[in-house]
Design a protein around this ligand. Structure first.
Ligand SMILES: [Zn+2]
Length: 186
């Protein structure tokens, strides 16, 4: 029989004793990667769980918080960074047949792992940014722009550059139609 995850908590002491309650602190990794996309929690990353187990008539009411550091990739500049995630949850683990819930008290335990995991998944951002003023990448060079700066596209024809271009053409193009710019012939 596999060892239960540390977030599977025994409630033997408070089962069927409405009014009794107990607080629990546990720290354990999920054991699998959680989240898809740009922010994920790695399998070995410790998750801190702080829960309050309360015996009610229908079952065990669990309220709590969890903290974990996710690995995120900035959606603007693609840099990787640590993202602290904090979630709150509230769930009723019912006695079989006592109430319509997603979770049940099984063998006098409550399994908080799926509850915490689902709460963390919902809290992971779709488009994480490493800092609020991240300016992303320069579309031309691909390098990170200085935070707080705004990308300003270069004008396609800078007047000074255009003048220089004309000059270069005049000097190098010996076969100009009118010959006016070919001083060697004079
Ligand atoms: Zn960024």
């Amino acid at each position: 029989m596999p060892t239960p995850h540390p977030f599977t908590l025994s409630v033997r002491d408070i089962v069927q004793k409405p009014g009794r309650m107990r607080e629990v602190e546990e720290t354990a990794p999920f054991g699998e990667k959680v989240g898809e996309g740009l922010a994920t929690v790695l399998p070995d990353q410790p998750v801190e769980l702080d829960a309050r187990l309360e015996s009610v008539h229908e079952g065990i009411l669990v309220t709590g918080e969890a903290f974990v550091t996710a690995l995120a990739t900035c959606s603007r500049c693609l840099v990787e960074f640590d993202l602290d995630v904090e979630v709150d949850f509230l769930e009723l683990f019912a006695y079989a047949g006592a109430s319509e819930t997603d979770y049940l008290v099984v063998d006098e335990t409550v399994d908080l792992l799926p509850v915490v995991r689902d709460a963390v998944v919902l809290a992971l951002p779709f488009q994480p940014v490493d800092r609020p003023d991240c300016s992303g990448l320069d579309p031309e060079t691909g390098e990170r722009l200085e935070p707080g700066t705004e990308y300003v596209p270069k004008e396609t024809i800078d007047p000074r550059w255009a003048a220089l271009q004309g000059f270069t053409e005049d000097v190098t193009d010996d076969k100009s139609e009118d010959g006016a710019q070919a001083p060697k012939k004079e």
